[in-house]
Every structure is written in C-alpha cells, then in structure tokens.
Write a protein that binds this ligand. Structure first.
Ligand code: ZN
Length: 93
C-alpha cells in the first residue's frame, strides 16, 4: 500500500506544522477577493484548534500573511466558516 506524503503547512497563529487537510486555507484570490479553501493567490493557513480560531490577533496575522487589509465583515465570515468546519469535519477538503 502506498501512502501519500502529507502536504505540510504552517498555521499562522501557533506556527506549528500540520497536514494540509487539518488546516483552513484562506486565499486572497486575484479576482474574487478573500476565499476559504479555494481560490488562486496568496494563501495563509490556520489550524482548527480553538486557540487559533479564537485568536484575537488572527485578523492582524492574516493581514500580514496575505499582505492585504481585511474588511471588518471578514471576521464575521471567518467565524462562521470556522464554526461550519467544526460542525462538518469532513466537508469540502
Ligand atoms: Zn494554530
């Protein structure tokens, strides 16, 4: 049986390395702006730990990682996304 090598990415909040599957990807898409789990462009990853998802500095860290300024509404969308991924751990990856 051949095992696939996991793709490792660093969480921008805790700086730990995780399997890509266990991270939420946020991309600044060239055309469509900020997207979750899809899009083409500069990306940042956040792990699904409570600590990182509720990090009060996450917006700042994301802005730095994505080199863009985020709309105030972004955090609302972000929190909804996080909640939905926690509700449906197998969704969309
Ligand atoms: Zn983390």
């Amino acid at each position: 049986m051949i095992r696939q090598t996991p793709v490792l990415r660093v969480c921008i909040s805790c700086r730990k390395t995780y399997d890509r599957k266990n991270l939420i990807k946020i991309t600044k898409d060239h055309k469509q702006g900020i997207m979750f789990q899809k899009g083409m462009g500069r990306s940042a990853y956040i792990c699904k730990s409570k600590k990182c998802c509720s990090d009060s500095k996450i917006k700042k860290k994301l802005q730095k990682a994505l080199k863009t300024s985020l709309e105030p509404e972004f955090i609302d969308i972000f929190e909804k996304e996080i909640t939905s991924y926690n509700d449906h751990p197998n969704k969309g990856i």
